[in-house]
Design a protein around this ligand. Structure first.
Ligand code: AHR
Length: 506
């Protein structure tokens, strides 16, 4: 098959929002306990942070990490996680049918985030709690001192405020499974009042209202419209969540899911702007795509599925520890491309989650930590997408899919960093069988040379299901994309079937 991509230095979308490369740590399964935090592990530091996991997190390069949930936050009392660890209450977490010891809480997360060099994105509980607990948490975290909550933070060992800028006004409250599920009107008013009260404590914070838990939610569209009609002036972002998986061996449709992600984003942008127009607002609300990933929610009946685990009450059970294949990694690469293409409106995005729970990094209790296949596209894009996002005009052979009809065989995004002169093209070949002859026309860029070209694809001796397992942690990684070259102002390369590639020019 063939593909031609045209980029032009005069046709840009936006500055790369660095918060697009976010991740998520929930008190769920083994993301916190035996993931980022495992006192007694041979690699743990004096605070119990796993240094092997931290090294992988730093390598992967998330810029911002959402915490502490997720469904968990809708039943959480943040005060349970502060103060001397020995005095913290052990509680039941209804969301995941788990015993929560509270050994890890806000201070630990802030300390960990500093070590990992990531911004904290904190979610408040608007499921079982409301305005009072939310504004108290902002005071605790961000007020310098001399008040009840800020002095308590100081007594708990943090003299300086945490200065958390990004806050989520609850989680997935449109979902019937959520503790404290609400109608759009109930939530819209609560979000508006919580936002107002939180900004009265610290007017420098940015707030994310809860959007739909997925495009297939029956209230999708009307939920965003109603919530924003109430809270437009008080919030800065509305959230999106989306999880995708392969159904019934239909890999072609799965590889085209970024088409669905593009349409989902466009729908939310349209809804935001309709509310903005009708309300005669001047401010622009943007999107925080604060949960996205591949997640095998159906079809798997392994021991880490919530319906099996929920028969007992346990601390940090194994939950949704999906193992990702080459195919999954290519799909993750196309999701990153989609998010980048929408960087004019999607300003924050968080891959869910960071460690063990549908995660790019895995770890075993007392054992090793390793990179899943999906680690690689995230790491490459987080490191290399700098400067301006370029428009990508794609003309490509088509692939016929059951769910999305004919789609482009290649999926692309690109950035240009004027300062360093670097142009980076991220491009997936969705075809399971055919390589693609790629041409990238570089308009307005003189004298670009090829610096590096790499690809993630099926390794020698493997197939599209090949994954990185504890016993073979490096089976899938980025390899050189051979025979890529720049000829007469255009890149020429051959993209292997089922691949996600990075072409660096400068
Ligand atoms: O990331 C796993 C779960 O997915 C989160 O807790 C919830 O917000 C979503 O449904």
């Amino acid at each position: 098959t063939h593909a031609r991509i045209t980029i032009d230095r005069d046709f840009t979308i936006a500055d790369v929002p660095r918060r697009l490369f976010g991740s998520f740590v929930e008190h769920m399964g083994r993301c916190v306990y035996t993931g980022i935090f495992e006192p007694g592990h041979p690699q743990a530091d004096e605070r119990g942070f796993r240094k092997d996991v931290l090294a992988l997190v730093r390598e992967m390069g998330p810029t911002v990490v959402r915490y502490p949930g997720g469904n968990f936050v809708s039943g959480y009392r943040w005060e349970d996680g502060i103060g001397p660890a020995a005095d913290r209450p052990v509680r039941i977490d209804g969301a995941w049918h788990t015993i929560e010891t509270n050994a890890f809480g806000l201070h630990e997360f802030v300390d960990w985030a500093r070590e990992a060099d990531v911004e904290v994105m904190e979610a408040v509980n608007l499921g079982t709690r409301g305005v009072e607990a939310a504004r108290a948490l902002v005071e605790y975290a961000n007020h310098p001192g001399g008040t009840h909550w800020s002095d308590l933070r100081r007594r708990n060992g943090a003299a300086d405020p945490f200065d958390i800028k990004l806050w989520c006004l609850g989680n997935e409250l449109d979902g019937p499974w959520q503790i404290g599920h609400k109608t759009a009107h109930e939530y819209g008013r609560l979000a508006q009042e919580a936002a107002k009260a939180m900004k009265l404590v610290d007017d420098s914070i940015e707030l994310v209202a809860v959007g739909s838990s997925g495009r297939s939610m029956p209230t999708f569209g009307s939920w965003e419209h109603t919530v924003l009609t109430h809270a437009y002036d008080e919030v800065d972002y509305i959230s999106m969540h989306a999880y995708y998986q392969e159904h019934d061996g239909d890999a072609e449709s799965f590889l085209a899911e970024a088409v669905e992600m593009d349409a989902f984003i466009d729908g939310v942008v349209a809804t935001i702007d309709a509310v903005r127009a009708a309300g005669k607002h001047t401010k622009q609300v943007d999107i925080s795509f604060d949960e996205w990933n591949v997640w095998y929610q159906s079809g798997l009946d392994t021991d880490d599925q919530p319906h099996r685990v929920s028969k007992t009450w346990r601390e940090h059970p194994r939950l949704i520890e999906d193992t990702y294949s080459v195919t999954d990694a290519v799909v993750v690469g196309t999701f990153l491309n989609s998010l980048l293409r929408h960087g004019d409106r999607v300003k924050i995005a968080n891959q869910a989650q960071l460690v063990n729970v549908i995660a790019p990094i895995r770890s075993e209790e007392g054992g090793s930590a390793w990179r899943q296949t999906s680690f690689w596209p995230f790491e490459r894009m987080a490191r290399l997408a700098r400067g301006r996002i370029l428009q990508t005009a794609v003309s490509a052979s088509q692939i016929t899919t059951k769910r999305y009809g004919d789609v482009d065989a290649v999926d692309a995004a690109a950035t240009w960093d004027e300062e360093s002169g670097r142009v980076v093209v991220f491009v997936a070949n969705r075809s399971l069988v055919d390589a693609s002859d790629l041409t990238v026309d570089l308009h307005g860029f003189s004298d670009l040379r090829l610096l590096k070209a790499e690809t993630l694809t099926i390794p020698e001796g493997g197939d599209r299901h090949t994954a990185n397992l504890e016993a073979a942690p490096d089976a899938v990684h980025m390899v050189p994309l051979t025979a890529a070259e720049v000829v007469d102002g255009a890149v020429r390369a051959t993209l292997p079937a089922l691949s996600w590639s990075v072409i660096e020019l400068g």
